[in-house]
Design a protein around this ligand. Sequence first.
Ligand code: ZN
Length: 342
Amino acid sequence: MPTLVLTIKKTVFYKKMIASENQNDGLAETNRKIVLAADLGGTNLRMAAVDYDGKILYRTKLKTPKTNDSAAIVEAIVESAIECRRESKVRGEISTIAAAVPGTVDRKNGVIVKAPNLPALDGLQISSVLKRKLNLSCLLENDANAAAIGENWLGASKNFQDSIFVTLGTGVGGGIIINGKILRGVDGTAGEIGHICVEPFGAECGCGSRGCVEQYSSATAVVRLAGELSERFPKSDSSVDSTVTSSEIYSAAKAGDKLGLEVFRRQGFYLGIALAGLINLLNPEIIVVGGGAAAAWELFMPHAVEQIHKRAYSEPAKRAKIVRARLGDDAGILGAARLAFN
Ligand code: ZN
């Protein structure tokens, strides 16, 4: 009999414990602050419900509609937002959506000023449209700034006050964080690292200038450089034609192809010139480099570092850690979420 009593007591106690755990869980879940964060790219539209700790509770990803009609793109954003809200609703309160967009934004008025890869959105006051359709307050941020903030919150530059983020993708983007705050400039255009001139008489750039680092260190540039150099390396393993990709050039270079190695030497050389200037100007603690064209890191980064040490003041050059980004495609979403919580 004593054994039986003991067993019953244990069961009751166990049940109480479960109930109280569930109750705590319930409280934590429903009181949790959640935001919707979008990363609107030229190729993909990513959306996520993100909690205060940066945990992604639910996410969607779809192809950005290829259209001149801004309404179709807005509709895709709204549908993704509704899905994320529905799937995460029971877990907390959502009052804000923050969107990272590939272009210049007027944050105060919620306007996409200019988005070179999504010209349909140029001049659109997207904040008021989303507010009306979703009944959420809306924040905008440039995508590279958002990625810089994301990496600074939860990624490679976490706990650093002065950091620079560079993304080597289709173009070269950048975000600068000084004293823990993103540097925007008076019109919100600060941090355009991709358009630092590294070759005064160099290749024409989409921005209207020439010789911008974007023309030498982006994935697009890697392909162009391979084409330009192909005549000098007739025995190259990289069969350079209009279909060659930066990752094919990387594979050939890794196997020792001289053309490929020269392409990545140049990618690093020019990136290093731009970073040396930034180091002299800003004395950062850390420079985070991400994006698809950072994949060839071991081939181009030694050349970038060499230029940094040749060109920048020695103390800040030694001080600046240069590391790979950690958050990958989530950096923009997490940065947008961070802004919404702040
Ligand atoms: Zn440019």
